[in-house]
Ligand binder design. Structure first.
Ligand code: SF4
Ligand code: MG
Length: 336
């Protein structure tokens, strides 16, 4: 399939400086540390990992709301890092973001119709009259009424505010929407409604989603493929079904073991990972998961495993999986 978004070895480091007068660079928070993946048009890619693993930073760096430290983002054939500010402004209408906390991301002093219409003004895509029509249509599309446009964000519930955020993201006909924890601030009873809305809108407007969340069960419903992130890197990437039926990375297996769903590998019971997530300033040597992995080998402490396709575009970054795969491949060398 053609690719809508291609991310190549993307890194985002935040330098840590010390000293009041003379500032010394004493280290980096390696929030995103060499991430590569593709998103195909019309699909949803779920991006899952515990809080602090760098997934929100990844989303913002893709949109160039943060400048990448290294690596490339190619959107619709254009390398974003090479674009001027003006060119980037134009292409940004194609890539929108929905945030976790709708209240914090909506200007409290603006009426809802101006909030939703703001991207249209910024990108100068419609006349005033057409803009007002479009805002009314968008309110309808996300399940709100035209008169809601006259109100202010504080007058709405959390779920309604997220609908406003979604309407704003849709205002300029984007191709890609990065949804950063779109329902995790909402009541459980409201979450399903917003998920269903995102699903309906995807079909209606041919949208492509990068769906960032900490909850595997939540992304499963919407995602065609799922990537699992740990401490700034992808550790596994495959189709939703494959991830749930045949997870290969020990971290993924541990995440799945706590979801109350009947999958064969869960018969072993809940896997509790030892220790805390290490600091992204002092990453463990070798495989960054080795301090918590139930299967750590000597090689894991010295060698960082690459994310490798073990077959049918199931990517895994783990020495054990790769070794197993290599053995299988050698055994079946005739078929390759
Ligand atoms: Fe565990 Fe080693 Fe695999 Fe890392 S490479 S996940 S430490 S077995
Ligand atoms: Mg986050």
């Amino acid at each position: 399939a053609e690719t809508l978004l291609k991310v190549e070895n993307l890194k985002k480091y935040f330098p840590i400086k010390k000293g009041l007068i003379i500032q010394r660079h004493v280290g980096d928070v390696k929030a995103v540390d060499g991430v590569s993946f593709e998103i195909y048009p019309g699909e949803t890619l779920g991006m899952v990992g515990e809080s602090g693993c760098g997934k929100s930073t990844l989303g913002r760096t893709i949109l160039r709301l943060l400048e990448p430290t290294k690596g490339k983002v190619i959107f619709d054939g254009q390398t974003l890092n090479e674009l001027s500010r003006e060119e980037m402004r134009k292409i940004r209408s194609q890539m929108q973001m929905i945030f976790q906390d709708p209240l914090a991301s909506l200007n409290p002093r603006m009426r809802v119709r101006d909030i939703i219409g703001e991207p249209i003004v910024i990108h100068e895509v419609l006349s005033r009259v057409e803009r007002e029509k479009r805002v009314s249509k968008l309110l309808d599309v996300v399940g709100l009424n035209t008169h809601h446009g006259e109100r202010y964000p504080y007058e709405f519930s959390g779920g309604q505010r997220q609908r406003i955020g979604i309407a704003r993201a849709l205002a300029v006909n984007p191709k890609l929407i990065i949804c950063d924890e779109p329902v995790s601030a909402l009541d459980v009873s409201i979450q399903a409604q917003v998920i269903n809305l995102l699903e309906d809108l995807q079909a209606e407007f041919n949208l492509t989603y990068l769906l960032i969340a900490h909850d595997l069960a939540m992304v499963k419903h919407l995602s065609n493929r799922i990537a699992v992130m740990y401490l700034g890197k992808l550790v596994e990437l495959t189709s939703s079904e494959e991830l749930f039926l045949n997870p290969r990375h020990p971290y993924t297996i541990a995440l799945l073991s706590v979801i109350p769903l009947p999958y064969p590998h869960q018969k072993k019971g809940r896997i509790i990972l030892k220790g805390d997530t290490p600091s992204p300033v002092n990453l463990p040597s070798g495989c960054r998961f080795h301090t918590r992995c139930p299967n750590t080998q000597d090689i894991c402490k010295v060698m960082d495993p690459e994310l490798i396709d073990i077959g049918n575009k199931h990517f895994v970054a783990c020495h054990l999986t790769i070794n197993t795969y290599e053995k299988i491949k050698v055994g079946n060398s005739v078929t390759n």
